[in-house]
Design a protein around this ligand. Structure first.
Ligand SMILES: Nc1ncnc2c1ncn2[C@@H]1O[C@H](COP(=O)(O)OP(=O)(O)OP(=O)(O)O)[C@@H](O)[C@H]1O
Ligand SMILES: [Mg+2]
Length: 510
């Protein structure tokens, strides 16, 4: 896996190494060509100078030797070997550096001509005489300096040869200077080694510099890692990452995202434990009632007056338990479905609502109530989910009935508000106190009223969650003349044909 630091160092060093190797390769090639050209030039230059120094009037040996030695010693390239043959006789230099095979030592002999060594770039603007810059160099020259490769003493050599005719004797003189090629290679190698050494040193320094720079750059992340490691040992979920102000933007973004996530997790954990505590408390109350009344039944029997009361209370407690369980199940389903329901379907809001109202009207607890239903009589198509909408409207209708006066009125309307398919449920009960209007949306919250009917405080949170899943807006307002509650649910429009039809129809009867 490796650390981020070593990965980054490797990522930077790989291309750098490739560059260094390319650079090294190019440098070695340049050293090779430079040494070859420089050595060849030195050979040609040496024969030319030795050749010119040969004065026909003075002894060749006396003049050549000091000059040649001085010349050859002053060279920067590998020390060459030289020889001067007057006719066939070696007059100076190394005996093994023999004249070329086509050299003819006889006076006036004709010899094959070789193309003179040329280094045109140096003499681009100069007129050459027989390949020489200075016309005096060319005097008496029958073969200007040329280069050839040979094997002498079992070693490959590079030889520059010049042939002149001595004016006093008419004899040809072969002047030769040679380099052993393996000397050249050794000479090149010393340069190669220096280049490679310098390259390795530069790469090592670069590794150190990059490693330091990367360590410095990653310092904020190292600090985050250390904080997270420390936090793993904590039991509390209350933990936030902190960064120095000069840390890079990316690190701050990461920390912000992490802290937000931690905050959300903390809230989720808190609300879950709160929910569990509330739910178990709610479940415990009716269960305690059942337990007490079962004791009463055991002691007095079911046909006693106490037994009859106990049975009725057990029935009420079981009903409350049933309702609580069904609300909890609804809520759990909502929590499971975290996002909007997809796909939403078109459903008839009038049909759903009128069925609900009809069912409720038929129940005993609404016997004395005035429950009204107002609709155009035509389908009002909404986008959502019929079963979920039924649950939503059912909860609101249930509240309007249960928190109302015993002989109060409830009006349910299906209509279009600003073109949106909506329902209104209005009651004329005591309403919700201003302080409680926000709180009633919280899970398990119940307004502290003296004679409140049994309930779990989950109805409105379920309505809210259902509204969010279907993209419907739910609002609670005051009823007419400031009495009771007016609950409004505005659903999303369903762009269906029947909806268009109903719109037109509605408009025509209006
Ligand atoms: N129409 C209303 N009139 C007066 N008070 C209301 C009305 N609707 C809701 N409330 C208040 O809001 C509180 C929360 O209502 P909600 O429907 O969430 O829970 P519940 O009715 O107590 O229990 P549940 O619906 O889960 O059985 C109620 O306890 C009640 O005090
Ligand atoms: Mg309710």
């Amino acid at each position: 896996m490796g650390s981020l630091r070593s990965r980054l160092t490797a990522a930077v060093m790989m291309p750098l190494l490739a560059l260094a190797m390319t650079f090294g390769g190019i440098t070695c090639w340049m050293i090779h060509t430079t040494v070859s050209t420089a050595s060849d030039r030195a050979l040609v230059g040496s024969v030319t100078i030795i050749g010119r120094a040969i004065d026909t009037r003075v002894s060749v040996r006396d003049q050549i030797l000091p000059l040649a030695v001085h010349l050859l010693q002053s060279r920067a390239t590998p020390v060459p070997h030289y020889s001067v043959h007057d006719g066939n006789r070696l007059v100076a230099g190394t005996p093994w550096l023999v004249p070329p095979d086509d050299y003819d030592p006889r006076p006036g002999a004709k010899m094959p001509h070789h193309a003179p060594a040329g280094f045109p770039s140096s003499y681009r603007n100069t007129r050459l005489v027989s390949g020489y810059v200075d016309a005096r160099d060319a005097e008496g020259v029958i073969q200007p300096a040329y280069l050839r490769d040979a094997v002498l003493e079992g070693r490959p050599v590079r030889i520059a040869t010049e042939i002149r005719v001595l004016q006093h004797s008419g004899r040809p003189v072969a002047i030769q200077v040679a380099d052993f090629l393996d000397d050249r290679t050794a000479y090149e190698q010393t340069y190669f080694l220096r280049v490679v050494g310098a390259g390795i040193l530069i790469v090592m320094i670069a590794v150190l510099l990059f490693y330091g720079a990367i360590t410095w750059g990653l310092r904020p992340f190292a600090s985050l890692t250390a904080q997270i490691e420390k936090a793993r040992k904590l039991t509390s979920s209350h933990f936030r990452l902190a960064l120095a102000g000069d840390a890079p933007k990316e690190a701050h973004l990461l920390v912000r995202a992490f802290n937000e996530l931690m905050m959300r997790t903390e809230r989720a954990v808190d609300s879950l434990s709160q929910f569990t505590a509330n739910a178990s408390h709610q479940l415990r109350t009716p269960l305690a009632i059942v337990r007490v009344h079962v004791d009463v039944l055991e002691r007095y029997g079911p046909s006693s007056p106490q037994g009859a009361v106990a049975l009725a209370d057990i029935g009420a407690a079981v009903t409350a338990l049933e309702r609580l369980l069904s609300q909890l199940i609804s809520l759990a389903r909502m929590d499971e479905q975290e996002h909007a329901i997809d796909p939403l379907e078109a459903f008839d809001l009038t049909g759903v609502t009128s069925n609900l109202v009809a069912t409720r009207v038929a129940q005993a607890d609404t016997a004395k109530m005035d429950i009204g239903f107002e609709a155009s009589g035509n389908p009002v198509m909404a986008l959502g989910h019929a079963v979920l909408a039924t649950e939503m409207i059912g909860n609101l209708l249930d509240n309007a009935i249960r928190y109302n006066r015993p002989e109060g009125a409830v009006t349910v309307r299906v209509l279009r508000r600003n073109g949106e398919p909506s329902i209104e449920i209005e009651d004329d009960g005591p309403g919700i106190a201003p302080d409680d209007r926000e709180k009633v949306w919280e899970r398990f919250y119940r307004a502290p009223t003296a004679d409140a009917p049994p309930g779990s405080g989950l109805g409105l949170p379920i309505v809210k969650a259902l509204g969010e899943r279907m993209g419907a807006r739910v609002t609670l307002a005051e009823g007419r003349d400031g009495r009771g509650v007016l609950a409004i649910v505005a659903f999303r429009r369903a762009e269906s044909r029947s909806d268009t039809f109903s719109d037109t129809y509605h408009a025509s009867i209006a």
